[in-house]
Design a protein around this ligand. Structure first.
Ligand code: C5P
Length: 219
């Protein structure tokens, strides 16, 4: 165990958890790890070799040889990368290959930071089950579709609403029904439905929650 303060933020695709996690990390001056970007990079690495992200041998090889510096944020934030990510993420050996990296980041955050914020699907349940502060972020499918369309349009991507909806639905099903580390709230997670909240409201509520948990953990 380390003295690092770990904040676990899990939730569904386009729920707003990434935006929240970044703001929480900046506010408390903690390190931030977007665990989804690791799965996205593995998925994109397989696609770059014209491979199949559902092929175990290809996905595991990409996970074991992962070099995150080979990907720009733009490479990783496309819908295709998200779909490939959820395909490689359903393979237990892929998850196992990057588990220790995530735990090391949480327990020994870079740059001497006193804490770490990790966001994903299984941070509170599998990666850091002892994190003192766990938040599970959700939002209705309609709200998530609208948010994702806005995000993609802002980047100049051509967006077909039905396609975005179908991708998010397929990802929800794959992420929550897989055998290993399915997306689900940890028993001790605070569940926050952001459907009717804006980003500032989500941040304010969460900041107070995390501050309380940090204060309790320090006693
Ligand atoms: O959070 P993001 O949408 O970037 O994640 C992409 C995909 O990576 C998810 O749909 C999920 O399948 C997978 N993932 C996961 N476990 C995590 C983070 C992401 O399985 N901790």
């Amino acid at each position: 165990m380390s003295g690092s303060i770990i904040v676990a933020i899990d939730g569904s695709a386009a729920s707003g958890k990434g935006t929240l996690a970044k703001r929480i990390a900046a506010h408390f001056d903690f390190a931030y790890l977007d665990s989804g970007s690791l799965y996205r990079a593995i998925g994109v690495a397989v696609l770059r070799k014209s491979g199949d992200p559902t092929n175990e041998a290809q996905a595991v090889s990409a996970a074991k040889n992962l070099d995150i510096t080979q990907f720009t944020p733009e490479d990783l934030r496309t819908e295709a990368a998200g779909v490939a990510a959820s395909q490689v993420a359903a393979i237990p050996a892929v998850r196992a290959a990057i588990l220790q990296f995530q735990r090391d980041f949480a327990h020994t955050p870079p740059h001497g930071k006193k804490g770490a914020v990790l966001d994903g699907r299984d941070i509170g349940t599998v990666v850091c089950p002892h994190a003192p502060a766990k938040i599970f972020v959700s939002a209705s499918l309609d709200v998530r579709v609208a948010r994702r369309i806005k995000e993609l349009r802002a980047k100049g991507e051509l967006v077909i609403e039905a396609r975005v909806r179908a991708d998010l639905e397929a990802r929800d099903v794959r992420d929550s029904s897989r055998a290993v580390a399915p997306m689900k709230p940890a028993e001790d997670a605070w569940q926050l439905d952001t459907s009717a909240l804006d980003a500032d409201q989500v941040f304010d509520l969460s900041k107070n929650f995390v501050a309380e948990k940090i204060a309790k953990a320090a006693v």
